[in-house]
Write a protein that binds this ligand. Sequence first.
Ligand code: HEC
Length: 434
Amino acid sequence: MRNAVIIIAWSIVAAGCGTHPIGATATLTRDGGGAMGGGGGGVLPCDVDAILAGHCRQCHQDPPLFGSPMPLATYADLRGPSKSAASVPVFERLHARVHDDARPMPPQPYARLDASELATLDAWIAAGAPSGNGTCAAGDGGVVRGTDGGPIVSACVPDLRVAPSAPYKMVTTEEYACYGFDVPAGTRHVTEIRVHVDNPKIVHHILLLKAPASSSGTPVACNPGPSFAAPMIYAWSQGGLPLVLPAEAGFRQDASTHYLVQVHYNNAANVTNPTDATGFDLCTTSTLRKYDADVVAFGTQAISVPPHATTDLKSCYTVPDAFDGRRFFGAFPHMHQIGKSISTTLLRQGGGAPIDMGTEAAWDFKNQPWISIDAVIHKGDVVKTNCVWNNTTSLSVQFGQNSENEMCYSFSAYYPAAPSIGWATPATFSSLCP
Ligand code: HEC
């Protein structure tokens, strides 16, 4: 069923990589010799092509984007040897991964394939992945779909590009760069945030933070992560979704708003002299919405992970008056490198089944997108955040900003904003669960 309040659009193309259009129908004409087993040419059957176009080619394009290892564009791509095991054709790996609950494709937070899509793929693969007949009606295979499978057309046209005043030039293989951005005069509500990736070959993830003061628009090397002074508004990493705010809420933008953009670069592909001007495209409105939205972090800072051990930490935060009746619509769980899983749940005061407020069952430091949630919390309820780490080193690991330290935060977007509550308040005042 369509969630009426938060719509998270799917498209990375819509999110800004306009140079890589999803070519659903165009791919049908690009036959290639089937590399493995099949031999000869062939085309993808129309129903299979539509599933790949709708759910996979945001990343598995040619050339592949966002860390995906191979294109899923042509019949030959599907018949060829897989990257992980050359003796296994791609279509067999595909079967394994669309059914893999621990490492599903598409990855979280994208919707899994539904039963009929799985049945279509399974039948095709069981039949040995035969060629189609090459005459597909121009379908809607490239249409952007929401988490409920319905097509999404984001109504807004971004009116504010948050970008550096000059491109950043990378010199080593892994760097963090930051730049400041001052917003135009006037009071507005931000209603949607999309990433604008300039150089997808080197951009790993990017954060939009609220800075206390104006800073230079020229990107410089910086420390990773949000800080107590600079809370996070939005984060994007490979495969991440735009953040569409509920219709009655917006992030307030006024004379006191200064953005700080932090980009993590990784030049694993060894691009020569890479530069980048990645930022965000915002939709804003001067017709203020009913509520200001804000972001707080659940979890804890009381972290100490002993060496050579698995630590399972459950922190509980009892909802105070200040958060009574707040609606949470997005979550960004965040740990560092030795994190295994993180899950935030709402336990109602009166009992009942826990309500999911954002879970990464298989934590992956390299892939940290927003998750769409929908939960209204009330005074006396408990928000429980469960973080699990596996420390294989001989050093004890504590809470901290650097990536060799650890975190257990679930940044959570909500409205109406609780004024004068620091973003870290829930995590600071949580305690070990009984
Ligand atoms: C948001 C980006 C994204 C989307 C969408 C996506 N993938 Fe992936 N895929 C990746 C990344 C990144 C990897 C490599 C990491 C991994 O294996 O988990 C990957 C790996 C794979 C692999 C493993 C390849 C191998 O050699 O083992 C298969 C198979 C795969 N994807 C199939 C699919 C299918 C089928 C879909 C659509 C139903 C899909 N993916 C959608 C990003 C994506």
